[in-house]
Design a protein around this ligand. Sequence first.
Ligand code: HEM
Length: 346
Amino acid sequence: MVPSFLTSCSDLVKKWDGLAGSGGYCEVDVWTEFQALTGDVISRTAFGSSFEDGKRIFQLQNEQAKLAIEAARSPYIPGFRFIPTRKNKRRWLLDDRIKSMVRAIIDRKSETLQTEGSSNSDDLLTILLELSRDKKNGISINDVIEECKLFYLAGQETTASLLTWTLVLLSMHPSWQHMARDEALRVCRKDVPDLECINQLKIVPMILYEVLRLYPSIVSLTRRTENEIKLGEFTFPGGVDLLLPVILIHHDPECWGEDAEEFNPERFSNGISKAAAKDGRSVFYPFGWGPRTCLGQNFAMIQAKMALTLILQHFSFELSPSYSHAPYTVITLQPLHGAHIILHRL
Ligand code: HEM
């Protein structure tokens, strides 16, 4: 996992270095750049050597998700989704293509597993295929396909959103940018960061938590009551959909104090539980909570720390004059007009 992170993050820094050219600076839309980075990382982790094919699948999935959101936002007409309109036909075609491409990767991988065994690969697909071989407790090939798709949907944009808002906020708060860079250079020097040095960072994770508090990638969670349940002073019958407004709780002065709207990573200096007026663990939900909590939170945090450390080691950055602050939600919290940042090579 970590080598995949490093390969992808180092490629990004090299690309930016090239763009900076002899002038030593360049402007990039980090929202687009980080989506490509996190897609690359997940594709490598999920599909190993087939990661280029995986990326093509993910592009099709993106298009499919956009069409699904458009449909969900249109007035509901029963049965309309079965009518062969241009967009519906495109959705069906995308579904077929994605499934057949994933199936082709799976077939190739199964063949390699049969001839070479699994000792050389630790990608998600190999692990899932090993599970699907267990006839008694195993999962079906359809489950394998769905898991690969979910892994990408859940992990790509969320992590890109975290990294994007981090660069935006560190541009708005240069003193925290300096502190983070000092730490990155002190702990990891100019070396390629490994897991050991990443784990020694204190300020970088404080910053990432504060970004997730103010700009949670997923702004609300839903739950359905199974049976009658009492929550605080309210009693809900079974079958009720509840919405947990993560972003509102994260901005509530009763939980976080009068400076709840301010970017102050210091509040996380003694860990999550001490960050809020109440126990931080009960008012901080960037990765959800309970049995359905995010499976990829460690994956996301290691990737974000590694990417941020590499960027801090090589560049200082500021907002472009063309940047306009407009967070909006399409599944994840994203910048409506992109996030244009000027990078200066150090
Ligand atoms: C900053 C990055 C991320 C954020 C903020 C985030 C946030 C979340 C949230 C809020 C949930 C819903 C939890 C709930 O309902 O209680 C979730 C679920 C999930 N996440 Fe993440 N996630 C991130 C990255 C990732 C990554 C990188 C992966 C995979 C590599 C991933 C895989 C999943 C999966 C599989 C679920 C579904 C768990 C289930 O329903 O049982 N996430 N995530």
